[in-house]
Design a protein around this ligand. Sequence first.
Ligand code: SAM
Length: 278
Amino acid sequence: MPNKKGKYDSRNKLNNLTGKEWLKLTKSFWESESCKLDKKAFDHPAPFLVKDVQKLIKMFTKKELTVLDPFCGSGTTLLAAGLINRNAIGIDLNEKYKKLAIERLEEQNISSELYKYIIGDSLNLLKDFDHKVDYIVTSPPYHNILKNKGQGIRKENDNYRNGARTGVDYYTDRNEDLGNQDTYEDFLKELKKIFRECYKILEYDKYMTVIMSDFTVNKKEVCVQGDVVKLMEDLGFKFAGTTVLLQNKKPLYPFGYPYAYKINHHHQNLMNFRKRDY
Ligand SMILES: C[S@@+](CC[C@H](N)C(=O)[O-])C[C@H]1O[C@@H](n2cnc3c(N)ncnc32)[C@H](O)[C@@H]1O
């Protein structure tokens, strides 16, 4: 009987997927998928969804390897990794998010041996890291958009992810918080410093995924993806392609109507990079 999941190739040094499963994940778009494990994460203003990040971890690691998220927030990366038997390290400035993450992890009985959540500034902490990691997946603050637009907390409704935001909730008031940089250029400069440390501690030949959408700066649309790819290539990473994560359930806003075209961002860019010399 042929195996429905496909066949595992013993030459596969990257992951535990069969050829069929691998191929499916190379598609350049995925539909974002929610599940009940996401619900608690919305006590954080901008979490990943477990299933989305889990697909990345499945693609870029084998079981028992180590994943790092230097902007770990509600701990989704740790949870997604722990559920499929990967080790994971998370860093965040905000103690409150660590508490939320630990609650989520304990609810799912993830062994505390599989994860470590460190509180502090990623730049300082990564400089002192004494071991390497096998995959990095992260979503940094989107410059100061939470503060600028006065929009942080998602609107309560029965369907917990509709994307609507009301009220103000931002990450921290600290200077090291990448959400608190005065200009977009300062934000990119600080982000680059942290990603330089990420490059150093990532094993050779391994991958890093940066999750961000484009956004507006001073009401002007910015191609954030272009800036991030350039920044990563300056550091030595090789660009391996972007998976577009479709967020089809978000509400549409008539931003420029009926005077000018203004885009509704209904996707995230999952920008994949590899640490490699050629
Ligand atoms: C977009 S959120 C990440 C959300 C996360 N992916 C999740 O699933 O909850 C960015 C996070 O970066 C943290 N942060 C900002 N600057 C930081 C820094 N210099 N070092 C560590 N964490 C930082 C913020 O506190 C915030 O939780």
